[in-house]
Design a protein around this ligand. Structure first.
Ligand SMILES: O=C(O)CCC(=O)C(=O)O
Ligand SMILES: [Fe+2]
Length: 435
């Protein structure tokens, strides 16, 4: 039974209803309609001409893609067999309620929700290609943990093997280690659990939680896989400070911290420094321990996640609130296929706005916006921009990176856990007890 979006008696929250709409894959070859939410849709970086727009070209505006919850008389995809399918019309995107801001580097941004700024096409085509390449060739290298690391004996040069020997076998850990065997499944989807907002006071507690955590156990249910299969299964790589999905907190106890990639930190700082924060925050009170006025000077990401989405993957609605300063900006970069991001408020009961994130877009979430529910219910099939097509002149690894992105989207999001001036309390090693 289709769920009605207007049904206020529904057992689903407004966020969940929108999520269900975009996740729906019940009819093969049909996409959920963009037309259903067209009045609230944000699509700020679409090309002017629809003939240049991979979203339109792929049929996301087609009336044939309207599902039961919009139009009860849709014709199956097959009914247009042999004919050119009606791709539909793109409506004008209404920006009337949104504040437009001018960044110091000349780029335009839009305040799409309190504290949330979307900068369409922030990254040049070259930046996008280089970041896709770095995400795969550099950010997956040790010591950065990968979603696969708990369960597989991941080769150090995973991506190089993907480029040159994709059929090499990789063994699950339980087959090669004498570690205690548990039967957890590998985390293909991220275990996102409700978390309380963090605050500077939370540091001691976070430390205590991680002290008793000895790591996830490798599953004993897994088979040998090829490098190619493993690359397709890879869900995330962790940059800088390690986030532990199980304890929902950062591992502050680690003696040697992993440095955050320098060029990426500079890029994120440049974005934050270019935002006219006084305009963004003019209608909200400055939140957070250090205040937004200093962000252009002292924003320095120390942790991040690179999300790898295959076209069928999703990320459920959540709030990222494990950082010590809950208001500092999070910089999020989109690469490859377009995606639907649902951006809500601090309550799941408020209807979220769907935002089409396209390759090159940058979303900055800050202040109140850091408490907003968001999720990625859909990677948009068929929407890879043409600049990711292989070229004769590509290096072997660039060709492999383009091969990977041909069925994927990458999101890099950077955060700052430690506000400037925060002194990490010295962790005393526990020595043997004397009587
Ligand atoms: O993929 C995205 O655009 C969002 C990712 C995200 O929300 C996260 O990693 O916390
Ligand atoms: Fe998030």
């Amino acid at each position: 039974m289709p769920v009605s979006l207007d049904d206020t008696t529904s057992k689903y929250t407004a966020f969940r209803l929108a999520e269900k709409h975009y996740k729906n894959r019940s009819v093969k070859g049909k996409f959920p309609s963009l037309r259903l939410h067209q009045d609230s849709l944000i699509d700020l970086s679409r090309p002017i001409s629809k003939e240049d727009d991979p979203v339109w070209l792929a049929g996301w505006w087609s009336p044939f893609n309207e599902s039961d919850d919009f139009n009860h008389s849709w014709k199956p995809w097959n009914s247009s067999k042999g004919k050119e399918r009606d791709k539909g019309e793109r409506p004008d995107i209404d920006t009337s309620g949104m504040k437009q801001i001018q960044l110091a580097d000349g780029k335009q941004g839009w305040v799409v929700a309190p504290g949330c700024i979307l900068i369409p096409q922030y990254l040049s085509v070259n930046d996008q290609l280089n970041l896709v390449h770095s995400s795969l060739a550099e950010y997956t290298l040790p010591p950065n943990p990968l979603s696969l690391s708990t369960h597989y004996d991941v080769p150090k040069n995973l991506f190089e093997l993907y480029a040159t020997e994709p059929n090499s076998p990789v063994m699950p850990k339980y087959l090669i280690s004498s570690a205690e065997i548990h039967s957890t499944q590998p985390p293909r989807s991220r275990p996102l659990i409700e978390t309380e907002p963090a605050s500077v006071l939370g540091y001691e507690e976070i430390l205590a939680r991680n002290k008793t955590w000895t790591g996830d156990a490798p599953s004993d249910k897994l088979k040998e896989k090829t490098v190619l299969q493993l690359m397709t299964d890879m869900r995330w790589a962790n940059l800088g400070l390690i986030y532990q999905w199980t304890t929902k907190s950062y591992d502050f106890g680690r003696e040697e911290s992993i440095p955050f990639p320098k060029e990426l930190a500079e890029l994120c700082h440049t974005v934050v420094a270019a935002v006219p924060w006084a305009e963004v925050n003019s209608d909200q009170s400055p939140t957070g321990s250090s205040g937004w006025k200093n962000w252009p000077n002292d924003y320095k990401p120390d942790t991040g996640i690179v999300n790898f989405y295959q076209v069928k993957d999703t990320l459920m609605g959540h709030v990222d609130r494990s950082e010590l300063d809950p208001a500092r900006p999070l910089v999020s970069l989109s690469l490859g296929h377009c995606a639907i991001l649902l951006l809500g408020s601090a309550s799941r009961h408020d209807p979220p706005r769907p935002i089409i994130l396209r390759s090159g877009d940058c979303l900055v979430m800050s202040g109140e916006g850091r408490q907003a529910y968001h999720g990625v219910p859909r990677i948009m099939d068929g929407t890879l921009p043409s600049h990711f097509s292989p070229l004769e002149s590509d290096t072997v690894t660039m060709r492999a990176a383009k091969q990977f992105i041909s069925s994927a989207r990458i999101n890099i999001n950077a955060r700052q856990v430690f506000p400037p001036g925060f002194e990490r309390p010295v962790v005393m090693a526990e020595g043997p007890k004397s009587d």
